[in-house]
Every structure is written in structure tokens, then in C-alpha cells.
Ligand binder design. Sequence first.
Ligand SMILES: NC(=O)c1ccc[n+]([C@@H]2O[C@H](COP(=O)([O-])OP(=O)(O)OC[C@H]3O[C@@H](n4cnc5c(N)ncnc54)[C@H](OP(=O)(O)O)[C@@H]3O)[C@@H](O)[C@H]2O)c1
Length: 264
Amino acid sequence: MMNEDKKEVIFLLGATGGIGKLLAEELKNNGYIIVGNGRKEDVLISMKNEGKIYDYVVGDITKDEDRKRIVEKIKEYVNKGYKVSIFYNIGILYNYPGEFKNYTNKMIEDSYKTNVISIEEMDRELEENGFYLDTIYMVSISAFFRGNWDHEYQKTKAALKAHVEDQLLNSNGRRIIALFPDTIKTGEEGMGSKLKEYPKIPGEIFVKKIAEIINGKYKKYSGFIFEIDNNNIIKLYGINPSKITNAFEYLEKVFIEDVGKAVY
Ligand SMILES: NC(=O)c1ccc[n+]([C@@H]2O[C@H](COP(=O)([O-])OP(=O)(O)OC[C@H]3O[C@@H](n4cnc5c(N)ncnc54)[C@H](OP(=O)(O)O)[C@@H]3O)[C@@H](O)[C@H]2O)c1
């Protein structure tokens, strides 16, 4: 039955992957009504059967007609009187294609389409429909760095960070949260599993903190960096756009607390 504790609905785009599944369950346990999205209908159906999500909308966020269906579904919940938030957890990461010359044009295009353009288009379409929703963006600590990983992924996350900064300048009273996590471990699934030699944030620790943040803890920050230090301690930092550049500046981050130990 519908969990009506909070009467708050979170549209979780990218519910079907490693972090998405853990997030859905944790947020549901915090009393939110979760509507999941992804392209994998079978995964959404089993998540619904397991009670991790209340409802779902299958769709490829890079496709105009699929985004339209997501907006229609959001409309349904708004019209029923629910407070609706949107959580962009989607993304693609390539497995070490190496130097820039090794990327195909399709890989470059797909990276931007999924990780940035679809999110911008979705935000614009929501505004066109008069929806100014509280929004959570899953960016990545790689938005601040170049080199090492999937180079295009890092560039797309930097572009997504710029989009969030722009949204914060025109927030219209919405709560906007940007998440900048280091590598996350979610079993065999998820992007973190591709980075075998890296220490990782246990997924369960990560999603617990995210629930606290969404519940209103650390409200004075709009951005959150989860960084693993040289001793494998996971440090949580808060960050707001710089008064000089209006951008999230890594060096202006403020330490909040240690949240646990990284694993491999
Ligand atoms: N894992 C990490 O270490 C880490 C660290 C920092 C940030 N992040 C970010 O966290 C988010 C989730 O990552 P993850 O590790 O859980 O990866 P994942 O398991 O690969 O999950 C990616 C999710 O994105 C969805 N997705 C991809 N393309 C889509 C499309 N065109 N339309 C709709 N949905 C699409 C996938 O659903 P379908 O396949 O069903 O479409 C899936 O639910 C990503 O934004 C990632 O960049 C991850």
C-alpha cells in the first residue's frame, strides 16, 4: 500500500543500477514514495514486486517521447496533491577507453546525451510545464578533476556541475542538492565495480547520508563532496557556489564529518 508518511514523492531517474537500487530502498524506508525510472523494465517490475519502489515509468531519458511520459507521470502525482522531487541518478561511464583519440564520436555523443543534455532538457521541459521541483543531482567528485578515469565522463560531470550552478542562480525557491561522491561500491553492479583498484565508499553508508541530507540535515549547503582521504577515511564536505565565480570551487569546501571507512 502507498506509504503516505510524508506524502512526498521522489522520482528517481536511474533507479535500476547499483546505487539506484540502494537509494530506492533507503529513501522508501525514510517514508518517501519512490517512482523509479530506467530503461530496464524487468528490473523496475521486480523492484516494485519487492516493495522498493511504489510505481515506475520505463523510459530512455535521451528520447523526447520518453521524457514526455516522465513529465506526464509527474503531473499525475502533482495533481493528486503530492510534493514531488526529482533525483537525477542516471549516467554512463566507459571502461578506460584511455586517451581522447580512442573515443569514437558515438561514445562522446552518448556520454553528453545521457549525462548532461537529457538532464538539461528534462529540467527545461519541467519548467515549461510550470514545475519547479526540489532537485537532487548525482554529479561526481570527478567534476572537479581531469585525467585518470573515463575522461569524457569527467568532462560531462563538469558540465553537469555547471548546469547545477546555473539552476542555483535561478532556483525560484527550490531546494537544489548536488552530490559529488568519490567511487562507490555497490556489489558487482554500478560504475564503482569498474574501478577495481580504487578504495570505495560502501553504498549502504552513502545512501544513508543521502537520506539524511534529503531529510534536511546540513541545510546550509547545496553541494556535498564525499572524498576518500589517503588513510581511506571517507570525509564529508559541504560546499556552496563561490561568491566570486558562482561555481562550486573545490578549495572552498567545508569539512562536516568523517562518515566511515572505504573498502575495496
Ligand atoms: N558508482 C560510483 O562510483 C559513482 C561515483 C560518483 C558518481 N556516480 C554517479 O551515480 C549515478 C549512478 O551510478 P551507478 O554506479 O549506480 O551506475 P549504474 O549501475 O551504471 O547505473 C546507471 C543508471 O542510469 C540509468 N541510465 C543510463 N542511461 C539511461 C538512459 N538513457 N535513460 C534512462 N536511464 C538511464 C540506468 O538505467 P537503465 O540501464 O535501466 O536504463 C541505471 O539505473 C551516475 O550518475 C554516476 O555517474 C557513481
